[in-house]
Design a protein around this ligand. Structure first.
Ligand SMILES: Nc1ncnc2c1ncn2[C@@H]1O[C@H](COP(=O)(O)OP(=O)(O)O)[C@@H](O)[C@H]1O
Ligand SMILES: [Mg+2]
Length: 353
């Protein structure tokens, strides 16, 4: 199964894994920008979602009325949404030759539903294969950062995170699950520290992908001559992100104003409470607003945590120099000089899932 899929596809499937706040979305944006600048078609996805069926399944997983959903049911919903996005979006994109960047994929199910929740690992492996019709990422970047670093990032993010409330023991098991995956499939799953400054993390990501992606190799070579280029790319993406957040903040404020004036008229009932957005209120699909909109964090962690919409693929982005408007500081103290900590043990290649 796997082989035929792989041979059909001329593109590349690259997945990003790791806990919430590890830096997946951020690094995906950087990579998407770089690849688009080099003229590649890039498709950015987060699952579940990205298809009509996936969005519908996502609403099922989200619905507070479904709080009694069993862990097994939850697992199967994720797999169903995955099957749909593989058939409807990923496989065709790969056939076109696109680079597909996926924010979480089946490894998250192994880590969260398997290691985290304790569901049967052999069944999960089989379900993943079935859902993906044998498709396996060409490379998986596992981003890891120490607990404290992540905690402070998540704090800045604002809003309570259901996953955080899942407890340290749960998170410990998930982290161990990811580490075990990296040890079992060192060829495919590459561990990259995101404790470094985000630009250095990006360099480490590029180094891992260089054998697969000539654009990554070229960017690193150019970076050797002129490090400003990558720094500027990162600054441009961060500035864009900042503007998006600002727009989202304004939209939220507007909603709040509307809500309270509605309450004034209707005596307090009416307006929907936060968390779930009624159809059409903000658009299930392609709602901009980036991270945190619709609380779409931790799609694999908690019950009834939302999945996500199709991630915004930075469109038409060039390397957009024009100066590092917001050169982001904050190199983590004590960050190791070497970014990539690939797990030693060579094991079987992971082409077959
Ligand atoms: N090395 C790094 N790589 C990626 N993000 C980083 C890094 N250092 C700090 N950050 C910040 O941490 C946060 C990570 O958030 P995000 O990329 O949304 O994580 P995730 O998608 O894994 O939940 C962002 O605010 C980002 O700017
Ligand atoms: Mg994210």
């Amino acid at each position: 199964m796997a082989e035929s899929r792989r041979q059909d596809g001329r593109g590349l499937l690259i997945t990003f894994e790791g806990g919430d706040g590890a830096g997946k979305s951020t690094q995906i944006r950087f990579l998407a920008r770089l690849l688009e600048g080099a003229g590649r078609e890039v498709v950015c996805l987060r699952e579940p979602g990205g298809t009509a069926v996936g969005e519908a399944l996502r609403r099922v997983v989200l619905d507070p009325a479904h709080g009694a959903m069993s862990d097994r049911a939850e697992l199967l919903i994720y797999e169903a949404a995955r099957a749909q996005i593989v058939d409807e979006v990923i496989a065709p994109a790969l056939a076109r030759g696109a680079v597909v960047l996926c924010d979480r994929f089946f490894d998250s199910t192994v880590a969260y539903q398997g290691a985290g929740r304790g569901l049967d690992g052999a069944f999960i492996a089989a379900a993943n294969r079935f859902a993906c019709d044998g498709l396996v990422p060409d490379a998986t970047i596992l981003l890891v950062a120490p607990e404290e670093a992540v905690r402070s990032r998540m704090g800045r993010r604002g809003g309570a995170d259901r996953l955080e409330r899942a407890g340290d023991a749960f998170h410990g098991r998930v982290a161990e699950g990811f580490a075990a995956l990296a040890a079992a499939e060192p060829e495919r799953v590459r561990t990259v520290s995101s404790q470094l400054h985000r630009t250095d993390t990006f360099r480490a990501v590029l180094a891992e992908l260089a054998p697969l992606l000539p654009e990554a190799a070229a960017a690193l070579a150019a970076d050797g001559d002129d490090p400003a280029a990558l720094t500027e790319l990162v600054a441009a993406v961060m500035e864009e992100k900042r503007r998006e957040r600002e727009r989202e903040r304004k939209r939220a404020a507007q909603r709040d104003r509307r809500r309270s004036s509605g309450r004034g008229r209707q005596g307090g009932a009416g307006a929907p409470k936060g968390g779930r957005h009624p159809q059409g209120a903000r658009g299930g699909k392609n709602a901009k607003g980036g991270k945190g909109s619709q609380g779409a964090k931790g799609s694999h962690g908690g019950k009834a945590t939302p999945g996500s919409q199709k991630a915004k693929a930075p469109q038409g982005s060039q390397n957009a120099p024009g100066g590092p408007a917001s050169r982001d500081g904050g190199r983590a103290a004590g960050a190791p000089a070497s970014a990539s900590g690939r797990d030693g043990a060579k094991g079987k290649g992971g082409r077959r899932g």
